[in-house]
Design a protein around this ligand. Structure first.
Ligand code: XBP
Ligand code: MG
Length: 257
């Protein structure tokens, strides 16, 4: 069994299924508030997820799906304002308890804390979105459970670039072999592996289930809890239906390839 010092979690899609009913809805509310007739459907949003980061996603939408839009002179300022509004709407949705944590997330965080395993976050989303999710789904003080929170524009290049994982590893003074990363998307796996992390646990969701995860250590439906058992899509199956610390210690580097 290989040891580890820390677990590093992605946020969107991994801690909670936030994209379809959280971020997408918040974008649409910001567009409506700005008087724009843009509407990102569930299907279109799946295509837009190929670009990470909300500001980058809006620009990608304009470049690929709405080329007729008459752009203001200060496009970056316009997108920035739109995105700030989107963040406000997203935080309001989280404050209303719109999105729960995925099965097994709270359980595994608790087990890690009990064992002294260090915790961190590596995400492309805006820092306020991370706190809005955590403060509304976990007990008071849960932000303090995470020793390092790497989020948003803190690094120059978002996932699939390795920057955010490299930044978190540096902050924690850990090597890539000392940690296990948790992701839901191929971009996230590329980011972690680009930083040298070869133990990556993937829990898929509706948007990411068909992606290529051959570089991951294991691909599952969820981490598993008392209600929903973890089922392996590729790689080893946790014998008790849960991704727990002994299961993580037994993980190989990659599923195949
Ligand atoms: C998911 C993302 C984010 C969110 C939007 O990143 O791509 O861009 O969709 O967040 P991860 P912002 O899975 O790495 O958390 O609008 O705040 O950029
Ligand atoms: Mg994700």
């Amino acid at each position: 069994m290989a040891g580890f010092d820390a677990l590093i979690f992605d946020v969107d899609g991994t801690l909670a299924d936030t994209e379809r009913d959280g971020h997408r809805v918040a974008f649409n509310r910001a567009f409506a508030e700005a008087g724009l007739d843009w509407e990102w459907s569930v299907e279109l949003y799946g295509s837009l997820l190929s670009v990470t980061g909300g500001k980058e996603r809006i620009l990608y939408y304009l470049n690929e799906y709405n080329t007729g839009f008459e752009r203001p002179d200060d496009l970056a300022g316009f997108v920035g304002e739109l995105h700030r509004s989107k963040t406000r709407h997203y935080m309001a949705l989280m404050g209303a308890g719109a999105i729960p944590l995925r099965p097994g997330v709270a359980r595994l965080l608790g087990e890690a804390r009990d064992s002294g395993t260090r915790l961190a976050i590596a995400t492309t989303t805006t820092p306020e979105n991370v706190s809005a999710l955590i403060e509304n789904t976990l007990p008071d003080g849960a932000m303090g459970w995470f020793e390092v929170i790497g989020a948003g524009d803190i690094v120059p290049h978002k996932k699939p670039a390795p920057d955010i994982y490299e930044w978190v590893l540096r902050e924690m003074r850990l090597g890539a072999g000392d940690v296990i990363a948790f992701e839901d998307s191929a971009h996230g796996v590329s980011s972690a592996m680009g930083a040298g992390i070869d133990r990556v646990v993937v829990t898929v969701n509706g948007y990411t289930a068909g992606q290529d995860f051959s570089a991951a250590s294991v691909v599952l439906n969820t981490l598993g809890d008392a209600v929903v058992s973890a089922q392996a899509i590729a790689g080893p199956l946790p014998s008790n239906g849960r991704v727990d610390l002994p299961f993580l210690a037994s993980l190989p580097g990659r599923v195949s390839g």
